[in-house]
Design a protein around this ligand. Structure first.
Ligand SMILES: [Zn+2]
Length: 310
């Protein structure tokens, strides 16, 4: 067992005590009339401290098993901070790769976890207007950013640009617009410096934690897992302490979505649908009545294949 594992173990045990002793957790059991505070946490992986290549990002990578623990710990740091700040209900969505990266047994029994795909709402599945705030963990820059570790938007394999109402977006901005349509503000995000800069430039003064400074697509100067957990905990507390400063990120409807593909054929084939317009050789345009429809459209475009089973 490595030192960092041991430290994380200790952190988890201490945090579990915090949860047990925390007034919010108690009031949940004994005083259901206490003021509710529902928090939604969407978790990606590219922005987790230490992640620099595919070696950390999927079941085939030699470091994946360790890094899904680090991803889980960064999420737990946000969960504990939210709970400490009075959260009465927390939903966590496992929103990277196969949607099965988080170690669900490490979470408190009252947490609910959204896993796997497909799911309406994508990386924000399970969110509704009853939530008070959304947090992003492990987020990253967009595919149109010239900087950023593993910068991409939804699919690094297939897409070169995703835009909403004419502006190229990060996954974070797209998801914030989805949440904004439900009246839920995004108040905190963690990830690499380029991703956080890009997100702040659109969402305004949300709390962020830079888990690493990008040096290239596949290199970074990074915090340690323990260092990032500590900062994420502090950042989430700071965000929740000024919850009323944040407004939902609302974009104009109907929403014009454009998707540019790496390859020519997807743009050509999808434009056979009468609701889709071919904008150029690699780009299609779809107008959805709201973010929910646009989100479903992205899921179909990126997730459908005729050999899907079962
Ligand atoms: Zn992502």
């Amino acid at each position: 067992m490595s030192n960092s594992h041991r430290i994380c173990r200790v952190l988890l045990i201490v945090s579990a005590f915090v949860w047990v002793l925390c007034p919010a957790a108690k009031s949940q059991a004994s005083a259901p009339a206490a003021k509710k505070l529902k928090i939604y946490i969407s978790v990606d992986m590219e922005g987790v401290a230490g992640v620099v290549t595919g070696d950390q990002l999927g079941p085939g990578g030699f470091e994946y098993e360790r890094f899904r623990r680090f991803m889980t710990n960064e999420t737990l740091a946000a969960v504990y901070a939210a709970n400490h700040s009075g959260a009465t209900e927390i939903v966590v969505s496992d929103s990277h790769g196969n949607g099965e990266s988080l170690l669900i047994e490490e979470f408190h029994k009252d947490i609910r976890i959204v896993r796997s795909w497909p799911r309406h709402g994508g990386m924000m599945a399970g969110l509704d207007s009853s939530f008070d705030a959304a947090l992003f963990i492990g987020y990253h820059a967009s595919t149109t950013n010239m900087r950023g570790v593993r910068a991409h938007t939804f699919s690094s394999a297939h897409l070169t640009r995703v835009s909403l109402n004419g502006n190229a977006v990060t996954e974070g901005e797209f998801n914030a617009a989805y949440a904004g349509a439900l009246g839920v503000p995004v108040i905190f995000a963690s990830g690499d410096d380029a991703g956080m800069e890009e997100l702040k430039s659109r969402l305004g003064n949300i709390e962020t934690v830079e888990t690493k400074k990008n040096l290239s697509f596949h290199s970074a100067e990074t915090l340690t897992p323990e260092g990032s957990c500590e900062r994420i905990g502090a950042g989430v507390k700071a965000a929740l302490a000024r919850l009323h400063d944040f407004k939902p990120y609302v974009i104009k409807t109907p929403v014009t979505l454009e998707i540019s593909f790496k390859n020519y054929m997807p743009a050509q084939m999808i434009s056979y649908l009468r609701s889709v317009e071919r904008v150029d050789s690699h780009t299609i345009r779809f107008v959805g009545k709201d973010m929910a429809e646009v989100s479903d459209f992205v899921d179909v475009v990126d997730g459908y294949s005729p050999d899907l089973t079962p």
